[in-house]
Design a binder for this molecule. Structure first.
Ligand code: G4P
Length: 528
């Protein structure tokens, strides 16, 4: 209870979007408001540009930069805000899913012209399943796009959300005049000046007076009145509790590039977004205000210096106070570890700190002890759940191309898998190694990193796998399970946790197998 004040002033969130909707621009504008950066362009360098989709060298370069922007911490109105960066590139979707296990809320950015896009759908689905509170920001209002109601409809239908607008646009694109802030009951007029950082808003508490006509003209004022009336009729009133439960999503409109509507978003965010939430472990729910420190690793970042294979493990603090040089239990390895230089993250820099609190992300230097999902505690044996592996989309055999370097390649593969770059499956039949990835790009990344960081060479070979399913028999000793193992031995592998996985070669064979072996469950994620 000693540090309730610290917990309550923390807001840790992620911004998700389809690439190009404006996530980077919005992040940057939020940092500008927080005074964490002085000029635009600072975060941009972190972005994997679309032109670089097949250029993994570029990604490697970005990887170096992105250590500094993985967590962007800043102070705003006496709150400590941490933005967790999520890669927009779809080949790194799994990184994003994992980062979402460490956020307490999310802002979803949608492009006014493109509406709901594929990547947004996937990410929002994950947030929805976890009941993460979400605020929607419709961006690029300075451009021609879809009508506000059409977009709200689309969001409800495609993303399966219950929305309510907390701001409303006045015109759009060429005719964009500004927004009416339903939350604060004022009008913010659009000037198109991206440099202006304090937005002048005009209080308009009564829309029926002519005040608003004077500001935006009679026609626009009438349209706004009609639209707001319609919105009020169609959408539920905002309810903070429902938002916190992930059952109601407020929507804001603006233009990140023009620094417009961002202040409104941020001010509402700090009013409504939740402080750190309790988290389930395998034995009980852990509350942030508990005395004893607990946390979990959600991301591992290898250093760019190939000579020192040190890595930075990102730990989300769930409860208690993290202290420098205090021994903590690494639950999986059952050993105590002390950290003499834990890092706290601020925009663009990290600093060694003595103590940190729930909601914060601490960066721990690691020489190979950690893997994604590991739990640290003050002694209690518990494991945080919720960072499952999903079935990869691509599968290839990995071969050692330099027989003199088999030790190096094995070590390299093991460490890259711990970092969560891809998943490793070892065939039961002949111990051949299969690498499963979300995107084809990861194969190049792995090959490059094995060579540059571990001095090992690999080659790939195609294999026909449709999906990986984690196998759970009702009874390990049953005839049925023994037969399954015998008949399907060619398709069985172990994952890195030694769990049994069925690598189905087609949707048809998967379906047939499921039908035939009724007492065996086939899961599409590694946690069940
Ligand atoms: P992302 O991180 O979601 O991928 O998107 P990012 O912020 O990089 O924005 C993608 C593009 O959209 C950028 O243009 C950016 O300038 C533009 N953009 C962002 N917000 C707005 C907005 O409110 N209005 C308009 N009109 N454009 C916006 P780019 O040409 O791809 O990059 P750059 O050359 O500007 O860096």
């Amino acid at each position: 209870m000693k540090f309730n004040k610290e917990i309550n002033r923390r807001r840790t969130f992620g911004i998700v979007s389809h690439p190009d909707a404006g996530k980077t621009t919005l992040t940057e504008k939020l940092l500008l408001f927080g005074g964490a950066i002085q000029e635009a362009g600072a975060v941009k360098s972190n972005k994997i540009k679309k032109t670089a989709t097949s250029d993994f060298m570029e990604i490697e370069r970005q990887r170096g930069i992105s250590v500094a922007t993985s967590v962007l911490g800043f102070e705003y109105k006496n709150l400590k805000i941490n933005i967790l960066d999520t890669p927009g590139h779809k080949d790194f979707a799994e990184d994003t899913f994992r980062t979402l296990t460490a956020v307490d809320s999310v802002i979803v950015v949608i492009d006014v012209a493109k509406g709901v896009e594929e990547q947004t759908e996937k990410l929002v689905e994950v947030c929805r399943m976890r009941n993460i509170p979400m605020i929607v920001f419709i961006n690029k209002m300075d451009r021609e796009g879809k009508d506000a109601f059409e977009l709200l409809d689309e969001i409800e239908q495609k993303l399966n959300l219950q929305v309510t607008p907390l701001s409303f646009p006045i015109g759009m694109g060429y005719d964009f005049k500004g927004i009416y802030n339903i939350w604060e009951q004022n009008v913010n007029l659009f000037t198109g000046d991206p440099k202006k950082d304090i937005e002048d808003t005009i209080e308009v508490s009564d829309l029926s007076t002519s005040e608003i006509d004077d500001l935006i003209g009679e026609t626009s004022a009438n349209t706004l009145r009609e639209e707001l009336e319609l919105a009020q009729g169609v959408y539920p009133e905002f309810d903070k509790e429902l938002y916190k439960k992930g059952q109601l999503q407020p929507v804001f409109f603006g233009s990140a590039l023009n620094n417009f509507g961002v202040r409104e978003l941020l001010d509402c965010f700090i009013d409504i977004a939740p402080p750190p939430r309790p988290k389930d472990s395998d034995i009980r729910e852990i509350k942030p205000e508990e005395d004893k420190f607990t946390g979990f690793v959600f991301k591992i970042h290898a250093n760019m210096d190939p000579r020192h294979r040190d890595r930075l493990a990102f730990v989300k603090i769930v409860s208690g106070k993290f202290e420098r040089n205090k021994p903590y239990l690494h639950v999986r390895q059952n050993k105590k570890l002390k950290f003499s230089s834990p890092n706290a993250f601020f925009a663009e820099r990290k600093e060694i700190v003595d103590e940190m609190f729930p909601g914060d992300i601490v960066g721990l230097h690691d020489t190979g002890n950690f893997k994604i999902g590991d739990t640290l505690t003050e002694g209690e044996v518990l494991n945080y759940r919720g960072i499952p592996n999903f079935s990869p989309e691509h599968f290839r055999y990995i071969n050692n191309a330099d027989p003199m370097k088999s030790k190096q390649i094995n070590k390299g593969i093991e460490q890259l898998m711990d970092e969560g770059v891809a998943q490793l499956f070892t065939l039961e039949m002949n111990n051949r190694k299969i690498i499963g990835t979300v995107g084809a790009l990861q194969y190049e990344v792995i090959q490059y990193r094995l060579e540059h960081e571990y001095g090992a060479k690999c080659s790939y070979e195609n294999i026909n796998v449709h999906k990986a399913c984690w196998v759970q028999p009702e009874n390990e000793k049953s005839e049925e399970f023994q037969e399954f193992k015998r008949v399907k031995s060619k398709y069985l592998a172990k994952d890195k946790q030694n769990q049994l996985v069925f690598l189905a070669d087609s949707a048809f064979s998967l379906q047939m197998t499921q039908q035939k072996y009724k007492n065996i469950k086939f899961h599409f994620t590694s946690e069940f």
